[in-house]
Design a protein around this ligand. Structure first.
Ligand SMILES: Cc1cc2nc3c(=O)[nH]c(=O)nc-3n(C[C@H](O)[C@H](O)[C@H](O)COP(=O)(O)OP(=O)(O)OC[C@H]3O[C@@H](n4cnc5c(N)ncnc54)[C@H](O)[C@@H]3O)c2cc1C
Length: 472
């Protein structure tokens, strides 16, 4: 594609993952570096901005660009090199986590850091620097990257590793696609000795025991995650269920070649052997109101009263939500948003007690709560802390949107006062003031300096960038 002939295509409406935000953009899907360069030149000549998009699984406006260009990188989806001896893989940015694990697991390796869905792309995962259920042990995905190449809007190509162009390495990863486009990514995979994990599941009756359990499980386990019943109040506030998982050691699995098989990882395509998975979200729809969710959460809590130990495949443990395709559509026409806060271990309990109580008081309880243990990292726009995260999913309706917005501003104050941080892949309400408070002036100044260096014409912009950093 030459820049002279690049046509405007029709405006396309794109949405965030939760279908609660929409933006019309000119959508382009390049398949190589020359085309990406052509789009940048075209944008500059026509005074347009460009947002990068992977699978569009961010919960907010990170991959939306109202009135501008959206560059969808899912067409660049080739595995460029895979070495089953060393576990080093090099791939284009549009390769999904699904393609990644399906490539490496048959050889006895697993991606060390994955998100709760396998539909995300490597470019999107680095853009946000995703964390897994083992963040407390391995840090974010950026710490598993050996090297990447990126194309800047100036046409320059840069190769970065932790020791070469380290400032760009630590800022493009976590940089929300605002500093350059990842074009090739080399990652170290983790050796595993079975396709299964050992799971320990048990209930916790309140917020104190919930946080204690996650903290205690973390050192002893490979992964730890909590489900929090966000509708429970009183003594049951913060109750939930912990799932801790451990790798199986060498020699423990008598048939690793079998459990490594992709077919061994997947769950059945039907519910009760009858209903296709693709229609399950229609069954969920009538329950997605406050009393319905309260009922389901209570049933889930009481069903988990008996502590259990069992084996589960890597894919089923990490990507359980993917087995109900389009589950987010069960939230109805207004969609959903997620509010994820990261709070130091010393202040987490009080801060979340306030958040949960406030959401009940406002009549806007979250429908799903998920907790994790974290540790800090060195990436510029890091969301991690030495503490915990709580992700809360909220249903949006036309009637509740303004009240939700007001409540989430109150949440932001509680979390920043507690020394907490936020994640740019999730929250859709973070204001510039909140971002300044948790990132600090120095970090924002460094980010702006790097932006001027890598993207001097300010071509890379998204709705998220304008919302949070536009006037900073
Ligand atoms: C069900 C579900 C579960 C999730 N679980 C987790 C979790 O456990 N942990 C976690 O950390 N996150 C989680 N997420 C969030 C998700 O992992 C991130 O939002 C991730 O960035 C989405 O990847 P994507 O390919 O969809 O990227 P998009 O959402 O399309 O884009 C994300 C960002 O990356 C930038 N980008 C995309 N491609 C490139 C590129 N080639 N070069 C530079 N920048 C680029 C975009 O501009 C944007 O800023 C979850 C999301 C869902 C829907």
């Amino acid at each position: 594609m030459t820049t002279a002939t690049l046509p405007y295509q029709s405006l396309t409406y794109l949405e965030n993952f939760g279908h609660s935000l929409r933006a019309a953009s000119y959508l382009y899907k390049p398949t190589g570096i020359e085309e990406i360069n052509g789009i940048f030149k075209f944008a500059k000549r026509n005074n347009l901005t460009v947002a990068l998009r992977g699978a569009g699984r961010s919960y907010n406006d990170a991959a939306l660009n109202s009135g501008g260009i959206v560059m969808d990188l899912t067409g660049m989806n080739k595995i460029l090199a895979w070495n089953p001896e060393t576990g080093l893989i090099t791939a284009e940015p549009g390769v999904t986590l699904e393609k990644l694990w399906k490539t490496v697991l048959p050889d006895g390796w697993w991606p060390p850091v994955v998100s709760g869905t396998m539909t995300t792309t490597l470019g999107g995962c680095l853009g946000m620097n995703i964390h897994g259920k083992n963040n407390f042990k391995l840090g974010p995905i950026g710490e598993q990257v050996v090297e990447f190449t990126a194309l800047l809007t100036t046409g320059a190509q840069v190769t970065c590793s932790p020791t070469h162009n380290g400032d760009l390495f630590h800022s493009l990863i976590s940089g929300m696609g605002m500093l350059g486009v990842f074009t090739s990514i080399s990652l170290q995979m983790k050796k595993v000795y079975s396709g299964m994990l050992k799971i320990h599941a048990f209930n916790v009756p309140g917020l104190d025991s919930h946080l204690d359990a996650i903290a205690d499980c973390a050192p002893e386990n490979s992964y730890t995650v909590g489900w929090l019943d966000s509708t429970a109040s009183g003594k049951g506030l913060g109750r939930g269920q912990i799932h801790a998982a451990q790798y199986i050691q060498e020699g423990e699995d008598p048939h690793p070649a079998k459990t490594f098989q992709v077919a061994h990882q997947t769950l059945p395509g039907t519910l009760f052997g009858i209903f296709p998975k693709s229609i399950i979200h229609y069954f969920m729809l009538p329950f997605m109101i406050n009393p319905g969710v309260r009922l389901i959460n209570s049933a889930k809590y009481f069903a988990g009263m008996r502590e259990s130990h069992y084996l589960q495949s890597h894919a089923a443990f990490h990507f359980l939500l993917d087995y109900v395709p389009n589950w987010e559509k069960a939230y109805g026409n207004g969609g959903l948003i997620q509010y994820q806060s990261f709070v130091p271990k010393e202040t987490a309990k009080d801060a979340w007690q306030e958040l949960l109580t406030l959401s009940h008081k406002r009549g806007l309880p979250a429908f799903l709560g998920v907790t994790k243990r974290h540790r800090p990292d060195k990436f510029l726009l890091s969301h991690a802390v030495d503490g915990f995260s709580l992700a809360l999913d909220f249903k949006i309706t036309s009637g509740s949107r303004p009240r939700m917005h007001a409540m989430l501003q109150e949440f932001d104050k509680i979390i920043t006062d507690a020394g907490g941080r936020f994640y740019f892949a999730k929250n859709s309400e973070t204001s510039p003031e909140t971002a300044s408070k948790f990132l600090g002036e120095e970090t924002i100044a460094r980010f702006k300096t790097l932006k001027r260096r890598t993207d001097p014409d300010n071509i890379l912009e998204s709705d998220l960038y304008r919302r949070v950093f536009g006037n900073l």
